[in-house]
Design a protein around this ligand. Structure first.
Ligand code: HEM
Length: 467
């Protein structure tokens, strides 16, 4: 018996030793060994995994690029972050590398949605989107009336409700009227689902205890069941919206596009289509109230285009407003930095001067690239004017703009988002004076989407005289 135990222990020990040698070899002589980065990251992904689970990577990576004076960073034994724009372009556009396998569960099937994002289809959604905004305006009106003509509005959460209602009203069979009810139950469930997804992606074994996760996010799961049941029980003509496209894909191929898949697609759409846009509009407002001169220029443009309070602000009338578009581009450049563009090398690939071997996770680090002073003069200043012509010798080029990613796997909903962002900002500053509530933290956390650490962002709101 003792001999067997000694043999088994011997085998285990030599396996551990073999693995340690492999880790050391990979760390010091492997193809990524020369890529700069924290020493520990050569051996283990633990520090990086902790950042992802805590959602702090959005804040900590920029300083690391600076510390190592590099544009490519080894952040885990088989993961590099890339911040130089030409290499990012190569990853997502020229080489069009496949998505990292971590995304297999959350990858949407773009071809299912092809008809759901055509300009004609999107234009047809305008009455539904305007209807949701009307609800938002009623909330502002009543809050201002309560406050004697002025209100402090938590724009982060109110706009998040609005974007959620817009998504459900236009694409998923009907609004949940969160803007009016301000019922935060669903949003909390959604936030928790994103944190859990982060945790599960780093500790995959947790996926095998799904009942815990299901219990924690039961509100969101029930909502998705509700959406599906409601539509399936409808008789007669149903809207040709994104929900219907998903259900039709299941009817066409129930094995590939299973019942489970329907639920995953719906959850992914709700997250991708609402939290992103609401945070983008909140960040734009944050920058405007912190830069009153830019806000004035925007109000001037809106007033010139819509001189009467009764002028209708629409998709088509806001589409070509130069300053409004420039404000949104600039706000996105400064603060909408996707951390989900992970790709995977399928062959040796040169990035930032280093040869990256196959099977490496390569993650474009858009935040650093979009604030690179070599490309953007006054890189961390809010200068919408740079999108209107030459600014300090440089012209803002959209090829260096990555908020919606790029290449064949870019954001399928970007034209939807642009219509929504222009409409919300245009209508808001037309009717209301928005102002800074000083002393608030801007610190954020990221779990797929981004949130303020303090849980809100307040803006002062007052009806404009004569409007
Ligand atoms: C300002 C708002 C938005 C931003 C910044 C944004 C950004 C992004 C980014 C960076 C990606 C990842 C692409 C990649 O992996 O390279 C993405 C994917 C996606 N977005 Fe958006 N998005 C926004 C709004 C929307 C909206 C409104 C919808 C739907 C109505 C939407 C639907 C999607 C979908 C379905 C995907 C997955 C595409 C795929 O996996 O092929 N997004 N988005």
């Amino acid at each position: 018996m003792e001999t067997y135990l000694t043999i088994i222990l011997g085998i285990l020990l030599s396996e551990v030793l073999r693995r340690c040698c492999l880790v050391l070899l990979h760390a010091f002589t492997g193809p990524l060994s020369k890529v700069p980065g924290p020493f520990l990251s050569k051996f283990t992904k633990l520090p990086w995994a902790m950042e992802l689970v805590k959602g702090t990577h959005l804040n900590t990576v920029g300083p690391l690029f600076e510390k190592y004076n590099t544009e490519i960073l080894r952040i885990a034994p088989d993961t590099v972050l890339v911040a130089d724009s030409p290499s990012i372009h190569k990853i997502i556009v020229t080489d069009d590398l496949p998505k990292d396998p971590i995304f297999t569960k959350f990858r949407s099937h773009k071809k299912v949605f092809l008809n759901g994002f055509s300009p004609r289809y999107l234009d047809g959604l305008e009455p539904l989107m305007q209807g949701c905004y009307d609800q938002f305006e009623k909330v502002l009106e009543s809050r201002c009336a309560e406050g004697g003509g002025y209100a402090v509005i938590d724009m982060a959460n109110t706009l998040s409700n609005l974007a959620f209602d817009v998504m459900c009203a236009t694409s998923l069979g009907g609004s949940f009227n969160l803007t009016t009810s301000n019922d935060l139950t669903l949003k909390k469930s959604l936030g928790l689902a994103l944190k859990l997804a982060s945790l599960q992606s780093q500790v995959p074994i947790l996926k095998y205890v799904p009942f815990v996760a299901d219990y924690l996010v039961s509100d969101m799961n029930n909502m998705v069941e509700d959406i599906i049941t409601r539509r399936r029980s409808e008789t007669g003509e149903v809207p040709r919206d994104l929900l219907q496209l998903i259900l039709d894909a299941n009817i066409e191929d129930p094995v590939f596009f299973s019942e489970q898949r329907i639920r995953e697609e719906l959850k992914m759409l709700i997250v991708a289509g609402s939290e992103t846009t609401s945070m983008a509009v909140t960040q734009t407002l944050l920058l405007l109230v912190n830069n009153p001169e830019k806000l004035k220029s925007l109000v001037r443009e809106i007033d010139t285009s819509f001189p009467s309070p009764n002028d209708e602000i629409t998709f088509s009338k806001t589409q070509d407003l130069k300053y409004l578009n420039a404000v949104i581009y600039e706000a996105l450049r400064l603060s909408v930095h996707p951390t989900v563009m992970m790709r995977y090398t399928d062959k040796p690939t040169i990035l930032s001067g280093y040869e990256i071997p196959p099977k490496t996770t390569v993650q474009p680090w858009a935040g650093t690239a979009m604030t690179d002073p070599k490309i953007w003069p006054d890189a961390i200043q809010f200068v919408p004017e740079r999108w209107l012509g030459e600014y300090k010798g440089a012209v803002a080029e959209k090829k260096h703009f990555y908020s919606f990613s790029g290449g064949s796997r870019n954001c399928i909903g970007q034209q939807f988002a642009w219509r929504e962002m222009r409409l919300i900002l245009g209508r808001l500053v037309h009717k209301y004076e928005v102002s800074l509530i000083p002393g608030q933290s801007h610190e954020r956390r990221s779990h797929t989407t981004t949130r303020f650490l303090q849980g809100f962002y307040n803006v002062g709101v007052k009806p404009r005289e004569g409007f």
